[in-house]
Write a protein that binds this ligand. Structure first.
Ligand code: VAH
Length: 325
């Protein structure tokens, strides 16, 4: 029987991946862990433990105690936050991953690690970004993602650890808010549209990026980890795509449901510089050919489901807060 450990389980991806894994493999097979206590959200129908993935001994003990054979390692500092504390981002994003790979090597665990379109940089072709191309990111987050991809490939070729990964685009979800990412606007915009009828965006109106609805992102991770190893010519990490959008296009799609919605722009230079260094659209042919990737949600379906899912949680619109939105 599979015994799965999820690190960073209380984060934006983990808060939806844990329930999906428990539904698929059985609640008792998935050990959710995070550095923050999330017993309320994740400990009701399965095991939750506070574990810091930068603590190698604690991680090793947890993996041994539960007989883990697969690790979904999600714990990481995202791109914008990382720029303000690069040393901490390096320690958590790479130090944590190195601990996971060492524990996986010693105890025979498979490892899933999310990479990101952030693993590319300004010298990468930005339209139809190939699976195999120049990777010279200019953010510390992107640097930890490229290094992470290389580490994961090394542990596969040198030690036979079954490592697999995905270069996620900006993820849109309504269960847990993202924290500190450059694409957080694509989540915040829905909360503000429903609560205040307007949103002040920190990226420029024409900033095109790959985006994906969380149900697609969760299914991609599980499908990749279940893929026949012999089919995989790549492992860390696959480009995957769903749709591309700009803040202006996302606002337009929201207005098709909330006609009064208004968007304004106050550019954050740090996050704009990061976004401008990323692809506008990646080519995900390798994922399609090697393990049958297909997105299910486009922009319209994502917007409709986000608004339908969030509205009941947020209640009636409230007045715009003093500082504006
Ligand atoms: C970030 N949400 O903004 C993450 C992601 C492609 C973006 O890696 O940092």
């Amino acid at each position: 029987m599979k015994r799965i450990l999820v690190s960073g389980a209380a984060g934006q991806i983990g808060s939806e991946l844990v329930p999906a894994l428990r539904a698929r493999y059985g609640a008792a097979t998935v050990i959710a862990t995070d550095i923050r206590d999330a017993h309320d959200a994740l400990g009701k129908d399965g095991i939750f433990e506070v574990v810091d993935s930068t603590d190698a001994a604690a991680l090793d003990k947890t993996v041994q105690r539960h007989g883990i054979d697969a690790i979904y390692h999600l714990a990481a500092i995202l791109s914008a936050t990382a720029e303000y504390s690069p040393q901490r981002a390096y320690r958590i994003n790479l130090g944590g991953l190195f601990n996971v790979l060492e524990v996986a090597r010693e105890h025979g665990c498979a490892v899933f690690t999310p990479s990101s379109i952030a693993a590319f940089g300004p010298s990468t072709p930005r339209d139809g970004t190939p699976q195999d191309t120049v990777q010279r990111p200019t953010s510390i987050y992107g640097i930890t993602k490229v290094a992470g991809e290389l580490l994961c490939d090394y542990y596969f070729t040198r030690f036979g650890v079954d490592t697999r990964g995905l270069r996620y685009p900006g993820l849109i979800s309504h269960t847990a808010r993202p924290g500190g990412g450059t694409t957080d606007y694509a989540v915040e915009i829905f909360y503000h549209a429903l609560q205040y009828g307007r949103y002040t965006c920190f990226l420029a109106a024409d900033t095109q990026l790959d985006l994906m609805y969380m149900p697609d992102a969760i299914r991609a991770a599980i499908e990749l980890m279940e893929a026949e190893p012999a089919r995989l010519r790549h492992r860390n990490a696959f480009n995957i795509a769903a749709f591309q959008a700009t803040p202006a296009a996302l606002a337009e799609a929201i207005r098709r449901h909330l006609p009064e919605f208004e968007i304004r722009y106050e550019i954050d230079p740090v996050r704009q510089r990061i976004a401008d260094s990323w692809p506008r659209r990646v080519d995900d042919a390798a994922a399609r050919e090697e393990w049958g990737w297909r997105a299910a949600y486009d922009l319209e379906a994502t917007v409709a489901d986000m608004l339908r899912s969030l509205a009941p949680k947020l209640g009636p619109p409230s007045p715009v807060p003093a500082g504006g939105t």
